[in-house]
Design a protein around this ligand. Structure first.
Ligand SMILES: [Zn+2]
Length: 432
C-alpha cells in the first residue's frame, strides 16, 4: 500500500517494560519490553522528558480541576504539583527503564510514563509529525501522576491523573498499570489538539460520541503495536477477526477490553429517541471503524494470496449473518496455519493504513460542525488520496450497516450515576 507514513524507529530509543494489558488479566500476564522514541540517555528521573514527566505525589488528596473554596469561591486547581514525591524512577547506566521491579512505586511511574509515551509515539508516526499538546500555551509538558484517592483516570489542562478502582472482590486495580486506559486518555488529548475543544454553548452529541470513539481507536491501534497482542489475537482467531464478539469460542478475548468495545453490534437507531452516555453513543462509530479495519485486513490477505477470492466473497456476503463465524472458521484455521507470518504482515499493514487514514481524516474535522456522516466523508476523501478510492465501498458499507446517516441521536437524557466526560475537568480550560 502506498503512502503509509513510517518514521524509522531510532535504535537509540529508551526501553521500558510495559504490560499490554493489566497484569491481573491472565492472557497478557507477561510485560513486554518496548522502545520509546526518546533517545536513551535523554529521559531523566521520574521518568521525565521534553513532553511529559511522571510523579507519585506525597500527600496529594485532591484531584486537579474545579473545586470550591470554603467561602464558596470556584477554584481551578492545576499543575504543577509543588509538594513532595516518592523517590522517582531512575534510568540504568545506559539510560533505559526496563530494569525496574514490578510492584515498586518506581516501576509504577515508569509504566505510566512509558505507556503514555508509547501511545503518543504510535500516533505521531501515523500523523507523520509531532502532535502538540492542546494546553501548550500554558504548559510545555504533561504532568502524569499517580493519585490513589481518585477512582478514575482523567486528562485535563496539563495533567493526566490515574487513580485506583476496586474489583468486585475489593482488590485495588491501579489505572497506572492499565495500558488501554492511559492510551485512551492520550487519545482524548490528541483529539483536542487536532480537532479542537468543544464549544460549551453547542451541545453536539455526535462530537462527544466521536471523542470517545476516537479515544478508543487510539488505544486499540496503540495496543496492536505490541507484538504479543498481535500474536495472541491471531492465534486465538486464526485471523477470523470479524467474529471476535460473535462466538463463544472467543469469549476468552473478552478480557481484552479495547477489542471487546470495538467489535460490537450497536446501530444508530438505538439512540434516535435520545442518549445519556457518550460511551454508548460512540459504539456504532467504533464498531464501523473496527469492521473497516477487518475488511481492509481481508483485502490484504487476498492481495497476498493468503485467502482465495471465493472466501473473501463469502465473507462479504455473510457479513452480519450469525452463521458467519461457523461457516468460515475452519477455512481460517487451515489457511492461518499455513502462513502465520503472512497473516501477521497483512494485519500490520491494515493496522498502519488504518492509523494513517484516521490521522489524516481527523485533521479534516472541526469540533463545532462534526457529524458521524462527516467522519465517513473525511475517511473517503483520505482513502481517495491514499489509494484512489479502493476502500470506498468498504467505508460506505460499514457506515450503512451502523445506520449512520439514517438516524441521528435524539436529545440528551439525564442518567443517574452516569459517568460523563462532557462537562468534566477534562474539558475545562483556565479561561472558563
Ligand atoms: Zn473517554
Amino acid at each position: 500500500m502506498r503512502h503509509i507514513k513510517r518514521r524509522a524507529v531510532r535504535n537509540e530509543g529508551s526501553r521500558f517494560l510495559l504490560y499490554p494489558q493489566p497484569p491481573f488479566l491472565d492472557n497478557f500476564a507477561e510485560p513486554e519490553i518496548v522502545t520509546v522514541s526518546s533517545p536513551a540517555g535523554s529521559i531523566g528521573p521520574g521518568p521525565s522528558d521534553d513532553r511529559m514527566y511522571a510523579i507519585h505525589p506525597v500527600g496529594k488528596e485532591l484531584q486537579y480541576g474545579f473545586h470550591t473554596s470554603d467561602g464558596g469561591e470556584p477554584i481551578m486547581y492545576l499543575p504543577p504539583w509543588r509538594g513532595g514525591i516518592i523517590a522517582p524512577a531512575l534510568p540504568d547506566e545506559w539510560g533505559h527503564f526496563d530494569h525496574l521491579t514490578p510492584g515498586t512505586p518506581q516501576f509504577e511511574t515508569a509504566h505510566l510514563f512509558g505507556t503514555a509515551r508509547f501511545a503518543l509515539d504510535v500516533w505521531e508516526r501515523y500523523f507523520g509529525r509531532p502532535i502538540p499538546w492542546h494546553f501548550a500555551d500554558d504548559y510545555d509538558r504533561l504532568e502524569l501522576s499517580v493519585l490513589p484517592t481518585l477512582a478514575n483516570a482523567i486528562i485535563g489542562w496539563g495533567f493526566l491523573e490515574t487513580g485506583v478502582v476496586r474489583s468486585e472482590e475489593g482488590i485495588p486495580r491501579a489505572f497506572s498499570m492499565n495500558f488501554d486506559v492511559i492510551a485512551h486518555e492520550i487519545g482524548h488529548a490528541i483529539i483536542y489538539s487536532e480537532v479542537g475543544l468543544p464549544d460549551p454553548e453547542t451541545d453536539n452529541a455526535e462530537y462527544f460520541g466521536f471523542h470517545e470513539s476516537a479515544a478508543d481507536l487510539v488505544a486499540l491501534l496503540a495496543s496492536l503495536n505490541f507484538d504479543s497482542v498481535i500474536d495472541t489475537v491471531l492465534r486465538r482467531t486464526s485471523g477470523n477477526l470479524y467474529t471476535v464478539n460473535k462466538l463463544t469460542r472467543f469469549a476468552e478475548l473478552g478480557d481484552h477490553e479495547q477489542i471487546r468495545l470495538a467489535a460490537n453490534d450497536r446501530v444508530m437507531s438505538e439512540f434516535a429517541s435520545g442518549w445519556s452516555d457518550e460511551h454508548h453513543l460512540a459504539q456504532p462509530l467504533t464498531g464501523a471503524m473496527f469492521d473497516i479495519l477487518v475488511d481492509i485486513f481481508h483485502e490484504n490477505l487476498l492481495d497476498r494470496g493468503l485467502i482465495p477470492p471465493e472466501m473473501e466473497d463469502l465473507s462479504d456476503r455473510l457479513e452480519g449473518d450469525p452463521d458467519y463465524g461457523a461457516v468460515l472458521q475452519d477455512d481460517f484455521d487451515v489457511l492461518f496455519a499455513q502462513n502465520p507470518d503472512g497473516f501477521k504482515m497483512a494485519l500490520l499493514d491494515a493496522r498502519d493504513f488504518m492509523g494513517t487514514m484516521l490521522a489524516d481524516a481527523w485533521r479534516l474535522l472541526r469540533a463545532d460542525t462534526l457529524t458521524y456522516v462527516g467522519v465517513g466523508e473525511a475517511l473517503k476523501t483520505i482513502d481517495g488520496q491514499m489509494t484512489g478510492g479502493r476502500f470506498r465501498r468498504i467505508i460506505e458499507g460499514n457506515f450503512r450497516i451502523r445506520e449512520i446517516g439514517r438516524f441521528i441521536p435524539g436529545p440528551r437524557k439525564p442518567k443517574k450515576g452516569a459517568v460523563s466526560h462532557v462537562y468534566s475537568a477534562r474539558t475545562m480550560v483556565p479561561q472558563d
